[in-house]
Design a binder for this molecule. Structure first.
Ligand SMILES: C[S@@+](CC[C@H](N)C(=O)[O-])C[C@H]1O[C@@H](n2cnc3c(N)ncnc32)[C@H](O)[C@@H]1O
Length: 202
């Protein structure tokens, strides 16, 4: 079962304004893995659940073409306004039925989105569209992090953040279970590819 929560226009506008992009370092790690597995050229990347497209944009300079897909027309509309690079296009579709031919995609990414999908169906679909030795990258962040701000107040900052997330915890969507890192770890362990890499960045 998939969960659809981020589709409205207001939500999409907040995404475009506040969403944190994945770091270049993380994208480089993914590309390094792809290079090792499949080698170049990097022709087609598909960013599934692309939202307002911050992550999709980071892929564009490394691939001949990049397609951002999302179930939400409002998110895709903002993604298109935000980034109009000639090699990026967007498609409205569900993650579990991707509009790509078998064995046609070099890299499939899902950035902070996989946990909302029907996970087993998405994994099968990603497998179908990937070229032999193509790669799937499931990226996300969790709140088990240490915050810092310049030289100041790390202790207070972390205390406030922990209180904030503890207060929200009872409202956590049951589709996610109690821990995001456990959810991703279980997905990672379920994936039967012989070559895979688990990485936690600080
Ligand atoms: C948490 S947002 C992440 C957006 C973006 N990747 C980012 O990192 O900012 C999840 C996105 O996945 C989309 N989404 C959720 N379930 C989906 C599904 N089953 N198929 C396609 N898109 C889905 C939502 O519309 C939303 O834009």
């Amino acid at each position: 079962m998939a969960y659809r929560l981020f589709e409205g226009k207001k939500h999409a506008a907040l995404y475009l304004k506040y969403r944190v992009s994945p770091s270049d370092h993380l994208i480089q790690q993914v590309l390094g893995f792809l290079e090792k597995q499949k080698g170049r050229p990097f022709e087609l990347a598909v960013d599934v659940g692309c939202g307002s497209g911050q992550g999709t944009l980071l892929l564009a300079k490394h691939f001949a073409s990049v397609v951002g897909t999302d179930v939400s027309p409002a998110q895709l509309e903002l993604a298109l306004q935000h980034a109009q690079q000639a090699n990026i296009t967007y498609r409205e579709c569900v993650a579990e039925e991707l509009p790509f031919a078998d064995s046609s995609v070099d890299l499939v990414t899902a950035m902070t989105a996989f946990h909302w999908f029907d996970r087993p169906r998405f994994l099968q679909e990603a497998h179908r569209v990937l070229k032999p030795r193509g790669c799937l990258a499931l990226l996300s962040y969790t709140m088990d992090i240490e915050l810092s701000y310049r030289d100041c107040c790390a202790h207070t900052l972390n205390q406030v953040s922990q209180e904030f997330y503890a207060a929200l915890k009872p409202y956590r969507n049951p589709h996610l279970g109690p821990s995001s890192i456990d959810l991703y770890r279980a997905a990672y362990e379920s994936i039967p590819y012989p070559d895979k890499e688990w990485s936690v960045c600080g």
